[in-house]
Design a protein around this ligand. Structure first.
Ligand code: FPP
Ligand code: MG
Length: 373
């Protein structure tokens, strides 16, 4: 992203994104790869601004809003990295990376409406600025643009995009409705994470292999890597949600729980609460004092916090409950589970040749589980 810098500095730019220190990322082949990826990222970035441009003034402003607000560009980077197994960042790889990032962007507009999130990427969410309808329609417009980009690459790309879109929506749907009677809540949750996050990260990596004409033998391992690292990423989010350092995470501790969003520590607590009285007591306090009341399925209306049937706990009480969950073994177990998914992701790369790509993907997996924001 910094074309005028010498190679070593550009390597450092990629290193920062991937979490590779200069010590790890020091050989000539590593630096050559970093240079190629940074050059590819610049092309992706320049094209993204173009692809989200609309002549309509409202669509033009709303569509570029979250792109301009930031983002780590993790998915395009994975596409470019995987493409190093083939021809590198050819034109098709760059277009696929853009399509994947625009799809991700589109999903954020919809997700923030569904989650009623007030902020995204450090700015007010799109629906806070333009209202729900414009935010939803902007997501739709961006998704149309992502499809147009993929259509340039032919039928294979269109199918990859459509299959991934279906999984994103299914993940979001299953998260919304929750596990069905008889379904294991934890297996359901992991499947939600695989669908709503793993699928697009996997598609990003897969596009790199497919459109760089790399050996097809690398395709499935790369897909498995992407899907598993996506799950690890979401599980770390669950742990970060309980972090006592809002200045690092940018979030109030327990944001998910306060919004009624189920996370793995909570699901694990429900599991152990059946056999442990103190866990059962903590669970009761979380469900009574922290989480919003569940909707009445018969009436299909939400009872509010101010409803007479509910006494609101003090902020200190809620903070104390969040802290207890943070210190509980279920949070350590969630962290361990994230590390297990990351290890499995790296194991999936076994068949890849040893070299800079494998090294960078391995370091990337470590960075995902070591992050604190
Ligand atoms: C963020 O998860 C949300 C997703 C990863 C996927 C959302 C998918 C959709 C809205 C359906 C697809 C729609 C289109 C137009 C492509 P999160 O809520 O756990 O994370 P957060 O903390 O970043 O909000
Ligand atoms: Mg969300």
């Amino acid at each position: 992203m910094t074309p005028s810098l010498p190679v070593a500095r550009r390597g450092a730019t990629l290193a920062a994104n991937l979490g590779l220190s200069e010590r790890v990322f020091s050989s000539a082949s590593d630096r050559a790869m970093a240079k190629a990826i940074d050059a590819g990222l610049e092309r992706v970035e320049a094209g993204l601004a173009r692809e989200v441009a609309f002549a309509d003034p409202i669509a033009g402003a709303s569509a570029r809003y979250l792109l301009d607000a930031g983002g780590k560009r993790v998915r395009p980077m994975l596409t470019l990295l995987a493409a190093q197994l083939g021809d590198g960042a050819n034109d098709d790889v760059v277009v696929a990376a853009q399509a994947i990032e625009v799809t991700h962007l589109a999903s954020l507009y919809h997700d923030d409406v569904m989650d009623e999130s007030e902020r995204r990427r450090g700015v007010p969410s799109a629906q806070t600025v333009w209202g729900n309808s414009v935010a939803i329609l902007t997501g739709d417009l961006l998704f149309a643009r992502a499809s147009q980009l993929m259509a340039r690459l032919g039928e294979r790309a269109i199918k990859l995009q459509a299959d991934t879109f279906e999984r994103l929506v299914m993940g979001q749907l299953h998260e919304t409705v929750g596990p069905q009677p008889g379904e294991d809540p934890i297996a359901h949750y992991i499947q939600v994470l695989a669908d709503k996050t793993g699928s697009l990260i996997a598609a990003a990596a897969q596009s790199g292999v497919v459109f760089s004409n790399a050996d097809p033998a690398y395709e499935q391992p790369i897909v498995d890597f992407g899907e598993k690292i996506g799950i690890a990423f979401q599980l770390i989010d669950d742990v970060i949600d309980l972090s006592p350092k809002p200045e690092t995470t940018g979030k109030v501790p327990g944001t998910d729980l306060r919004a009624g969003v189920v996370t793995l520590p909570l699901l694990r607590l429900r599991e152990v609460a059946t056999a442990d009285a103190s866990s059962a007591a903590l669970l009761e306090r979380i469900e009574r004092d922290v989480m919003p009341p569940t909707p009445d399925p018969a009436a299909l209306v939400y009872e509010t916090n101010t409803g007479a049937s509910r006494i609101i706990a003090s902020p200190d009480t809620i903070d104390g409950i969040i802290a207890e969950l943070r210190e509980h073994e279920v949070t350590r177990a969630t962290l361990a589970e994230a590390h297990r998914w990351a290890r499995d992701a790296v194991d999936a790369l076994d068949v890849l040749p040893d070299g800079p790509v494998k090294k960078a993907l391995t370091r990337f997996a470590d960075t995902i589980v070591e992050r604190s924001s």
